[in-house]
Design a protein around this ligand. Structure first.
Ligand SMILES: Cc1cc2nc3c(=O)[nH]c(=O)nc-3n(C[C@H](O)[C@H](O)[C@H](O)COP(=O)(O)OP(=O)(O)OC[C@H]3O[C@@H](n4cnc5c(N)ncnc54)[C@H](O)[C@@H]3O)c2cc1C
Length: 413
């Protein structure tokens, strides 16, 4: 077995690409497979948060400046919540001090994922099989056998396999025995539009909490070239219970919802309306076992409140690479006991915020509570500032779980 064959990553999305880049930085060779040829599309809202910048900074801080300088990057200076009663609150993002830009931006995934993959392609330590689909992965006595198909068929042996192959991961179902649970799973659809009016002057991303979609939401995320990513995400158990057709629901919202229909009057749909799965981190699964790790969507790490998954996917990739470095130091020990360090590190970094987001997702089911917080935030500067900080800080976000927080709002702090 060659050195680069010992570690094999399936999927070169944000999770897999981050793992490969971090391993290369640590001087560790690996092999990476992706069934797609890049640049490729990925159904997503295309909104990218400060957490993504945190991970990029750990690998190479210069890439942040490079990313902001790309013509396809649109800086977004804040987020607007539109409550079920149509009241709106605008919360500004903090500034990335080094480059005087906001910590959020919107980029089509075709471009963002290709940015990372182009970095991967420059790494001599990464053997990248592009356009090669992994079909089968099976345990052998002291390895894992992989069968893949691209330009040609490939049979391949590896010491450890990393499932970074997204929401329909074959590695998660084969090794992690992952089964979809509708309460911890959402479906989302996305469409590109041009010509929507009344986009915020500083490109705020918009989350519209429409009563019939709760605890899901309708979004408008501005992009370059006068276009925007528009979509709906909704928990799968609610979709079945309410028998919602998400595609029809998007069209209904833009044609009938007061406040939206005027803005879409002269807008044009570009391409088709397409959907995909969001495995939510409202139930943290076991992410490691004998000779395998699950990353990003394959490990169900999407934030259950915001639907944000890119940052967590990249964090899991970064943590996976550090875990593998420890395995190598322990004489290539890829046993479940050693790999469990990955689960522990993910729990330490992500569990608190996933728990808070799970609580928020449940609270959002009560439209009156949402209406009330938005109303109060618009009257109280300090409450607005608290909400802004809550986006940046998990400990602050924990306040949502405390009844005293609501009492303070009631008393107007
Ligand atoms: C409608 C929608 C809107 C969303 N909006 C946002 C948002 O605005 N912001 C945000 O942060 N997150 C958003 N998400 C979530 C986000 O898209 C995911 O969390 C993120 O893409 C996860 O990254 P990943 O690397 O784990 O998987 P992916 O990005 O899915 O990458 C998986 C890769 O694996 C490859 N692959 C799959 N199977 C195989 C195989 N058998 N062999 C070889 N290669 C394989 C695929 O080609 C792909 O390149 C959204 C999701 C949806 C569905």
């Amino acid at each position: 077995m060659n050195e680069h064959e010992k570690i094999t990553i399936i999927g070169a999305g944000p999770a897999g690409a981050t793992t490969a880049l971090t391993l290369a930085k640590l001087g560790i060779p690996c092999t990476l497979f992706d069934k797609a040829i890049f640049p490729r599309d990925k159904i997503c809202g295309d909104a990218i948060s400060g957490k993504v910048l945190e991970v990029i900074r750990k690998i190479n801080p210069e890439w942040i400046t490079e990313l902001y300088a790309q013509p396809y990057t649109l800086s977004t200076w804040g987020i607007s919540f539109i409550a079920p009663n149509k009241q709106r609150v605008d919360l500004p993002f903090q500034k990335e001090i080094n480059i005087q830009k906001p910590v959020g931006f919107v980029i089509r995934r075709k471009d963002f994922d290709n940015f990372l993959v182009e970095k991967v392609k420059k790494e001599p330590l990464v053997h990248f099989y592009e356009g090669t689909e992994v079909k089968i992965a099976r345990y052998r006595p002291d390895s894992i056998m992989i069968e893949a198909e691209g330009k040609e068929k490939l049979v391949y042996y590896t010491k450890v396999i990393l499932g970074a192959d997204g929401a329909n991961s074959i590695i998660a179902s084969r090794f992690g025995k992952y089964k979809l649970e509708p309460k911890h799973h959402s479906a989302g659809i996305r469409a590109y539009f041009t010509g929507i009016t009344d986009i915020h002057a500083q490109n705020y991303i918009e989350l519209h909490y429409i009563k019939s979609l709760l605890p899901g939401y309708f979004w408008i995320f501005p992009l370059t070239e006068n276009s925007a990513n528009v979509g709906i995400g909704m928990r799968s158990d609610h979709i079945s219970k309410k028998r919602v057709n998400l595609r029809q629901e998007v069209l209904r919202c833009i044609e009938n919802e007061p406040y939206l229909k005027e803005r879409f009057k002269n807008a044009s749909l570009v391409g088709s309306i397409t959907g995909w799965n969001l495995p939510l981190g409202s139930k943290l699964r076991k992410l490691s076992g004998h000779r395998y790790l699950l990353l990003g969507d394959a490990g169900a790490l999407i934030d259950p409140f915001t639907g944000e998954g890119i940052g967590n996917a990249m964090y899991s990739g970064y943590i996976a690479a550090l875990t593998l470095q420890q395995c190598i130091e322990k004489k290539l020990d890829f046993s479940d006991e050693v790999l469990f360090a990955y689960d522990k590190a993910i729990i330490q970094r992500l569990k608190d915020e996933l728990d808070v987001s799970t609580t928020l997702q449940r609270l959002v089911q009560y439209p009156w509570l949402f209406n009330w917080i938005v109303k109060k935030a618009n009257c109280s500067k300090s409450l607005k500032e608290t909400l802004v900080c809550m986006f940046e800080d998990v400990d602050m976000r924990n306040r949502f779980k405390n009844p005293l927080f609501y009492l303070k709002i009631l008393l107007n702090r």
